[in-house]
Design a protein around this ligand. Structure first.
Ligand SMILES: Cc1cc2nc3c(=O)[nH]c(=O)nc-3n(C[C@H](O)[C@H](O)[C@H](O)COP(=O)(O)OP(=O)(O)OC[C@H]3O[C@@H](n4cnc5c(N)ncnc54)[C@H](O)[C@@H]3O)c2cc1C
Length: 437
């Protein structure tokens, strides 16, 4: 289907564009035709996922490809759990697709609205010091290149390109299929509880190292962190799911709903934020439940916000959080959203924020009606001081010059881009900024 572009905006309302044309290919061959036509007329072309990046990475001023019709599993999973998804498959569709095979994704982030291609292309990750982000689970792709040809990349075909195309920022081609290493279905036992911030910072590295999935939230203006520790259990273990009513009360009313009140109040009366944060501290946390992995990893986010997140060497996490706490205290800001702190294993993908080092992630958020600039800029300076690398899909101010020094294989990625997309058919202003023209 082809349509003249209506105004497109991302989930966070930080970016918008009116594409010249929107196309909704139903087959890989149709994606190839669209790319060939775009190349022939010199119009840039770009696939968009669920629009859940906070940056302009998905902006498509020329032809915007929507891949909602390219959904599902290609063929059968292999006996060792390799599953090939069509590129437009959304993460929330995956549990149902994998259920007949007794498989699951190894690790997930906070939400499941994203497309598999968008998630891997920006380095989306969850938490777990022994687990990589989602792109680290990719074992192969089929990609439509700038000539409209199909390029297969996996262990046997062009394997040298896998560290680039598995996390390619959408800059190397249009993914048509993504092959992911899945694992047998499993349960997660979740324990969520408020704890003194100092104790959490003193023990965070050790706990991240011993737990399967450890993370914590710190509400500015309080001395409390909400810890979340998830333990992997076999699928046959006893389930103790949250009942739908208490899930609704915890997630929709207390978490998202309270943020809504906090944030709306904070915009009007900023001095109230510390008091409301202390209320949030009392009302959230302290629950334990066991359920299928995807139901525990992901939650719904109904309050719109803006986010910046940096990956830093894991060992610096406690010091960096203390620096941010001191910063907020010294500037007198009223910050309604918590900091989120997560961990991931090192991987070998050229543009992964966890490339070559065990990583701690620190994310800061602001309600979408508050200006994030000063807070994010000051936190960014702190995290860059620790060798931080910004999440490609979350707000930051870095460009290619600064980023080149943070990634040992930055030049290799640029060389792959020069080879695969010499005319920059897949580029946009964000990619020009972070990769150069
Ligand atoms: C509420 C919320 C919660 C979030 N939670 C997390 C989290 O827990 N962890 C985390 O790491 N991130 C998180 N993010 C960030 C998010 O996961 C990433 O920004 C992700 O890229 C969004 O996926 P998408 O499908 O919306 O992709 P888009 O934002 O639509 O696109 C991202 C990039 O992927 C490219 N792309 C999409 N499809 C293709 C394709 N077929 N071929 C080539 N390139 C393609 C686009 O061109 C673009 O470059 C969150 C974002 C929001 C809004």
């Amino acid at each position: 289907m082809t349509a003249t572009g209506a105004m497109w905006h991302n989930w966070a309302r930080t970016e918008k564009v009116r594409p010249l044309r929107v196309e909704r290919p139903r087959t890989t061959a149709a994606v190839q035709r669209a790319v060939r036509a775009a190349a022939g007329s010199g119009i840039p072309i770009k696939a968009v996922g669920a629009g859940h990046s906070f940056t302009g990475i998905a902006i498509a001023p020329g032809i915007q490809l929507e891949l909602e019709d390219l959904v599902g599993i290609v063929g059968q999973p292999t006996s060792d759990g390799l599953v090939t998804f069509l590129a437009g498959t959304r993460l929330h569709q995956i549990p149902r697709l994998l259920a007949p095979y007794g498989l699951a994704m190894e690790n997930l982030g906070d939400i499941d609205a994203q497309s598999i291609s968008g998630a891997v292309s920006t380095g989306t990750h969850g938490t777990g010091a022994r687990f990589t982000g989602i792109a680290g689970q990719v074992r192969g792709v089929v990609m439509v290149t700038a000539t409209g040809d199909l390029l297969e990349v996996n262990d046997e075909a062009s394997p040298e390109l896998l560290p680039a195309v598995a996390l390619g920022l959408g800059a190397l081609g249009i993914l048509a299929e993504v092959t992911v290493q899945c694992v047998p279905r499993f349960l997660l036992q979740a324990v969520e509880q408020p704890e003194p911030l100092d104790d959490v910072l003193d023990t965070a590295l050790e706990r991240a190292g011993t737990a399967d999935h450890f993370e914590f939230y710190w509400f500015p203006h309080t001395r409390t962190a909400l810890t979340k520790t998830n333990t992997r259990l076999p699928v046959g273990a006893k389930r103790k799911p949250l009942n739908p009513v208490s899930r609704f009360i915890d997630d929709s009313v207390l978490a998202n709903g309270l943020y809504r009140v906090t944030c709306a109040t904070g915009v009007v009366v900023p001095p109230l934020i510390p008091r409301v944060n202390r209320l949030a501290e009392k009302l959230t946390g302290n629950r334990s439940f066991t359920d299928l992995s995807h139901r525990v990893f992901t939650t719904k986010r109904t309050v719109r916000f803006r986010e910046m997140e940096y990956g830093i060497p894991a060992e610096h996490v406690p010091a960096a959080v203390r620096d941010i706490e001191a910063l907020i205290g010294s500037r007198g800001w009223r910050i309604s959203f918590p900091l989120e702190v997560r961990f991931a294993a090192a991987d070998n993908l050229w543009l992964s924020t966890a490339h070559g080092r065990p990583t701690g992630y620190i994310a800061v958020h602001r309600y979408y009606r508050e200006r994030p600039t000063a807070y994010f800029a000051a936190v960014e300076a702190i995290l860059r001081g620790y060798g931080g690398r910004p999440h490609w899909g979350k707000m930051h101010t870095q460009d290619a010059t600064g980023l080149a020094g943070e990634y040992p294989h930055f030049a290799d990625f640029l060389a792959a881009r020069d080879r695969l997309d010499p005319r920059r058919l897949f580029s946009n202003p964000y990619l020009d900024r972070v990769l150069g023209h």
